[in-house]
Design a protein around this ligand. Structure first.
Ligand SMILES: Cc1ncc(COP(=O)(O)O)c(C=O)c1O
Length: 425
């Protein structure tokens, strides 16, 4: 019998009982630092939160009151695992307004887009399966995928990196995950050609293509682009023959607090996913779905228009502050929508180490870029979220960040000069 070292049992008595698949579910290394963000002196560009002041509070208050008055027994009861029918119909309508030809039978209500990605991973992924993602990608999706130990492949602008060995060629991609509009974390948007290349890649591998549309409604300039799903339906003839699985959410447009998202896909897939929903949590909260239906029906357009206006100004303000103050060796692009600006710092600067100094010395926070990279690269990148930072604070936040980056760049230049000098001795 093997005797466990006492110290391990004392420190982590539960660890040895966990299933193998749980070993890749770990707290992020920066979690402890984010615990410090409650300090009101810290200016935070970190969490990707919508601004709570923009939530349609009177409509939600009214919605709960009316739902309880008009249909209390329905509101407080279980409901169908597929979701509350009027809300499924509303979402099918919303998808049709985005030129996705579908019916309510193509819609499954989920607990946010996060649960949608979790279900799809559970349904499709086996250990070691090739899975194509962008580099960088939404961290919350990578955390789900990691539990299944996939073999990551990377696409950039629609291409995908070559298989690593000949044997890999016998294993086609299991699925592709893309966040084409104002992506988290880079804020970038895939153009139509890139979308079509991803569809071609999906078809060549006969692989589902998951389109994460969490930010699609938050466009601040330029014409909306066709969703990948719309393009694929145009090619394949119908949603029933499309390989695209669209994940939507009310979190960034209405509120994340009610945890309502959806999957729009071929009805055969929706039927299978409904069984996963049933075995997972039976159904999403009935009253929340009823209220979201009322409020979305009444106020979605007006509410999203206000968010667009406010976030557009915050984006412009942040970009202006970066242009005014950032040193020339830091680069970024202006996003056409969404909530994020992605900075690339000079090689050699580690933004995780920088975050510790940012919080403790300058009282400003951001998210370091490495965790968004499934291959562990991207150490000199970071994400700024502009959605919930008022303009004056954001300007001050940028000034603090700039001080830190300039000090760090000077430090690392001094170090590399010293090491160059010592190497030549
Ligand atoms: C790209 C992306 N997809 C999905 C989600 C999950 O959103 P939800 O609140 O709908 O679960 C997020 C949340 O930040 C996100 O950024």
């Amino acid at each position: 019998m093997q005797i466990q070292p006492l110290i391990d049992l004392e420190r982590r008595p539960w660890e040895r009982r966990f299933a193998n698949r749980a070993k890749n579910i770990n707290a992020s290394e920066i979690r402890d630092l984010f615990a410090l963000l409650d300090n009101p002196e810290i200016i935070s560009f970190a969490g990707g939160f919508p601004d709570a002041n923009l939530f349609a509070l009177p409509q939600f208050r009214d919605g709960y009151r009316k739902s309880l008055e008009d249909s209390p027994t329905t509101a407080l009861q279980y409901c169908a695992s597929e979701g509350y029918l009027p809300l499924r119909r509303w979402i099918a309508d919303f998808m049709r307004r985005q030129n996705v030809v579908c019916s309510w039978e193509n819609i499954l209500i989920t607990s946010g887009a996060q649960q949608a990605i979790e279900f799809l991973s559970r349904l499709f992924l086996e250990k070691g399966d090739p899975l194509a993602v962008a580099k960088p990608s939404y961290l919350g999706a990578l955390q789900i995928f990691n539990a299944y130990e996939p073999d990551y492949r990377f696409f950039d602008g629609g291409g995908v990196s070559m298989p690593r060995s000949d044997t890999d060629k016998t294993r086609p991609l299991k699925f592709i995950y893309a966040n084409p509009d104002f992506s988290n974390p880079t804020g970038e948007t895939m153009d139509v050609m890139a979308r079509k290349r991803l569809i071609a890649l999906a078809r060549a591998n006969d692989a589902p293509l998951i389109e994460d549309g969490a930010y699609t409604s938050l466009r601040y300039e330029g014409d909306p682009l066709p969703t990948i799903m719309q393009l694929d339906i145009a090619e394949s003839g119908s949603i029933e023959t499309s390989l695209v699985v669209y994940c939507g959410s009310f979190s960034k447009t209405m509120t994340p607090g009610m945890r309502i998202g959806w999957i729009c896909a071929a009805s055969q897939l929706i039927n299978k996913l409904t069984l996963l929903k049933q075995s997972s949590d039976l159904n999403s909260s009935t009253i929340n779905q009823m209220v979201m239906h009322r409020v979305a029906d009444e106020a979605f357009e007006a509410s999203v228009n206000t968010s667009r206006e406010v976030y557009r100004q915050r984006r412009d303000n942040l970009i202006e502050a970066l242009e005014d103050h950032m040193p020339g060796n830091v680069t970024w692009r202006k996003p056409e929508g969404g909530m994020f600006v992605w900075l690339t710092l000079p090689e050699g600067i580690d933004t995780k180490a920088l975050l510790a100094k940012a919080i403790t010395q300058e009282r400003v926070a951001f998210v370091p870029g490495r965790p968004f990279h499934a291959d562990g690269t991207g150490g000199n990148t970071l994400r700024l979220c502009f959605s919930s930072c008022a303009p004056e604070l954001a300007r001050e936040g940028v000034r603090r960040l700039v001080r830190l980056i300039i000090a760090e760049t000077a430090g690392s230049a001094a170090i590399s000069q010293t090491s160059a000098a010592s190497a030549s001795l």
